[in-house]
Design a protein around this ligand. Structure first.
Ligand code: PRP
Ligand code: URA
Length: 209
């Protein structure tokens, strides 16, 4: 069964407070989303396999560990997932980046797909799906299904903020997927927005309304 890992770190909690704050402007919001993604990358890569190599320090020869040639990929869900890409690439500069375009129909709350470009060797990669918000779970569920239909077998989901409803939907549909969260909020409101949440992540990142 997939794990749900809620980050318990003062830096993440501190930065998420200002991400949530309505008085945080777009420039600072983007910077904070990037920084939280970077901090979460530390935890989401915790189980990456290592291999031993031999190096020479200034004093002696030594055996030391490096990340073994595991192929990774990150897949932001457009648009808002884009805000997390740079933070991930800061720590994982060689990963391939796929994109899935989904928006949530405001009436039905169902995800609508409009774009997809993925690494060709998807089957060989461990994938991390990025989206700041996991609300009803419809978008993340659809994106993960989409990746599995194209052969992906090892997928993690990483979100800044989630509602319990969305966690359950993804967990029930994709029990093999570990979910990494910056914070787990209380509930959804009647319009499918996370409470207390941060509002509309895409609009706050890109200054639209
Ligand atoms: C937001 C968010 C998720 C989705 C979450 O995207 O970035 O993708 O809603 O909601 P769900 O869990 O109920 O599916 P949105 O559809 O607003 O599109 P955007 O990223 O283009 O703003
Ligand atoms: N999408 C967002 O951007 N925010 C929410 O609270 C829910 C869905």
């Amino acid at each position: 069964m997939g794990k749900v890992i809620v980050m318990d770190h003062p830096l993440i909690k501190h930065k998420l407070t200002y991400v949530r704050d309505i008085n945080t402007g777009a420039k600072e919001f983007r910077e904070l989303v990037k920084e939280v993604a970077m901090l979460m990358a530390y935890e989401v890569t915790r189980e990456l396999p290592l291999e031993e190599i031999e190096i020479e320090t200034p004093l002696t020869r030594a055996k030391s560990e490096v990340i073994s040639g595991k192929k990774l990929g990150i897949v932001p869900i457009l648009r808002a997932g884009l805000g997390m890409v740079e933070g991930m690439l800061n720590l994982l500069p060689t990963v391939k980046v796929g994109h899935i375009g989904l928006y949530r129909d405001p009436e039905t709350l169902q995800p609508v797909e409009y774009y997809c470009k993925l690494p060709t060797d998807l089957q060989e990669r461990d994938l991390i799906v990025l989206d700041p918000m996991l609300a009803t779970g419809g978008s993340a569920k659809a994106a993960i299904t989409f990746l599995k239909e194209r052969g992906a077998t090892n997928i993690k989901l990483m979100c800044l903020i989630a509602a319990p409803e969305g966690v359950k939907v993804v967990h029930d549909e994709h029990p093999d997927v570990d979910i990494y969260l910056g914070g787990l909020d209380e509930k959804l409101n009647d319009h499918g927005y996370i409470l207390p949440g941060l509002g509309d992540a895409g609009d706050r990142l890109f200054g639209t309304k």
